[in-house]
Every structure is written in C-alpha cells, then in structure tokens.
Design a protein around this ligand. Structure first.
Ligand code: NAP
Length: 295
C-alpha cells in the first residue's frame, strides 16, 4: 500500500478562502474588522520570518494587522505595559507574542498577562482549562491544524485508537485532549507516549492514527506502525544544509518507509506546517466575532 498524501498546503488554502469570505461578510454586514497584533522582542531571524508570514497572511485575508518589533533590551515591565495597552485596544482582537523571548524575560508571566479573550494562541490557563472541559474559545494553532487535517481528509476519528507521541503543552497534550472529547469528530481512544513510556512500539503498532510530535527525525519507523495507519507528522527537524546553505528539514517519521504501510500520511514540509498560521487567522476571526457578540 502506498499512502494518500495529506496535503496541508491545499487544506490551508481552502480554509483561508473560507476565512476571507467570512471576513468580507463581517465587514459588510456588521462593520467588524478582526485585528491581530504581533509582538516581537529582539531580532531572532527565524522569529522575524514567522512574524512576517503572520503579518502577510493577515493582510491577504483582510485582517487588520499591527506589528510591534521592540528591542532585545526591553524590560519585563515595559513588555507588560505594552500588553496592557493592547489588551485595552478595541481594534485588536488577537495578541500574539512571538516565542521564544530573550532569556531575561519571564515568558510565563507575559503569556498570563494577555487577556484570555485576546489569547488567539490558546496558551493562557483559562483557555487551556476551557479546552480541557470541552468548551474551548480558542484551540492552540498547531493541534487545531492537525484536527482540521484529519477532519477534512475524511479520516475516521470516532472510535479510533489514536496514539500521540509527545506531551508538550503546545502540541501533544492539546491534540490528545481535543480527540478524546465527547463530541463529533472526536470520541477517540487516546494514548499519549513520552520518554518514560516503557514500550512505545507496543502502543504505536495498535494505533489507527499516529500523531508524532517528538522533535526527533525518524523517531517513528515502519516496524512501529500497522498496515493502513493514518500518520500525522508534526516534527520539524533540521537534518543538514544544502550546498547553498538552505536548511534540509525532516519530520519525526521515517516517511519513505512508513508511507508504504500507511493509508494516509502528511509530508514534511507541506503537511502540518502550513496549517498553523491559518488556524491563527481562524482564531482571530473567532475572537472578533466573540467580541462583537456574533459567536
Ligand atoms: P517538545 O516540547 O520538545 O516535546 C517533545 C515531546 O516528545 C516530549 O513530550 C518528549 O517527552 C517526547 N519525546 C522526545 N523524545 C522521545 C522519544 N525518544 N520517545 C518518546 N517520546 C519522546 O516539542 P514540541 O514543541 O511538542 O514539538 C514537537 C515537534 O513538532 C518539533 O519537531 C517541533 O519543531 C514541531 N512543531 C511543529 C509545528 C508546526 O507548525 N509544524 C508546531 C509546533 C511544533 P518528555 O515529555 O518525556 O520529555
């Protein structure tokens, strides 16, 4: 069996078209323009690329976009004052502080200072708690993207054995939480593996769906999965550089071997990656609708 490719770039494009139409309608019917602000502390090149991509996508979709690039030396109290100002700004529905922050800043305190209603990353404990009890306002972007990929690819989630490898707060735990909720497109039986799991292959071999969020190239090999499995590869690992200095990326799954056993699989790049920014846009639109009493 050679797997069907789950093409994140195509699904993301489709969702963006839907969002652009929704944003145009919000403006025409309700005079509501969703607003997203990004805050970048320092000049980390990778962070600049991510923030630039978020700004560009916002503008393409008709989202009001603001960008605050502030110096590395910014103090904790200066950053908290900026967040306080953005919390009170009615033009802004979503606040995104690009991580990681410089080491002298307290990341947790900064994330907790964002008004949960504007926390479009879904990292504030209020939003984490709401997700846990099955009443989310915002689902964190990468797990939200994974969920949409599964749904829109027609994967049977209800009743499926799902094994998530990785238990981070931004990917592993939230996707496990989403898929075990008692609701449509969820209702899965979910197992979460991590570095202290005794026999990981025992779990992955009986999975109908494997979600790999490990951060290690080829952590999931063909002998660890069953025929017909659906594989979502979240990993982004640099495994080398091309002659002209470009990064060579690989996922957490041994793609070439696993695709011969899987019924469907996401590639890296072009799988989960393109979904993440798109789901940030979806959360921003939801924040604007919630603020306007339209959701
Ligand atoms: P993370 O915080 O480093 O967490 C990795 C998890 O994997 C941990 O729970 C760790 O277990 C577990 N793990 C590591 N090695 C393992 C092993 N050999 N066996 C079993 N479990 C193991 O990483 P993350 O932030 O969740 O990200 C995971 C991957 O996804 C990374 O490659 C990251 O770059 C990528 N990512 C991609 C996107 C995207 O948009 N495409 C977004 C976010 C992340 P312990 O808890 O026991 O340490």
């Amino acid at each position: 069996m050679t797997a069907q490719l789950i093409k994140g770039a195509e699904v993301a494009k489709q969702i963006r078209e839907e969002l652009a139409a929704e944003i145009a309608e919000l403006k025409a019917k309700h005079n509501v323009v969703p607003g997203l602000v990004t805050v970048l502390v320092g000049a980390d090149p990778a962070s600049q690329v991510y923030v630039g991509a978020k700004e560009k996508t916002s503008q393409e979709l008709g989202i009001y976009s603001e960008r605050h690039d502030i110096p590395t030396e910014t103090t904790q109290s200066e950053l908290l004052a900026l967040i306080d100002k953005l919390n009170k700004d009615p033009k802004i529905n979503g606040i995104l502080v690009q991580l990681p922050l410089p080491k002298h800043l307290n990341e947790t305190e900064v994330l907790y200072a964002i008004d949960p209603k504007k926390d479009v990353d879904g990292f504030h404990p209020v939003n984490v708690g709401k997700l846990m009890i099955g009443e989310p306002d915002y689902i964190p972007c990468t797990p939200h993207g994974i969920w949409q990929l599964l749904i829109r690819s027609g994967v049977q989630i209800e009743g499926a054995e799902v094994v998530v490898v990785g238990r981070s707060n931004i990917v592993g735990k939230p996707i496990a939480n989403i898929l075990l909720q008692k609701q449509k497109n969820a209702n899965a039986t979910v197992t979460v593996c991590h570095t202290r799991t005794r026999d990981m292959a025992f779990h992955t071999r009986r999975a109908d769906i494997v979600i790999a969020a490990v951060g290690k190239a080829k952590a999931i090999t063909a002998d660890m999965v069953k025929e017909g499995v659906v594989v979502i590869d979240v990993g982004v690992n640099e495994i080398g550089k091309t002659a002209d200095g470009k990064r060579i990326l690989a996922g957490d799954v041994d793609f070439e071997a696993v695709k011969e056993k899987a019924s469907a699989i996401t590639p890296v790049p072009g799988g989960v990656g393109p979904m993440t920014i798109t789901m940030l846009m979806m959360n921003t639109v939801r924040a604007a609708k919630l603020a306007a009493g339209l959701a």
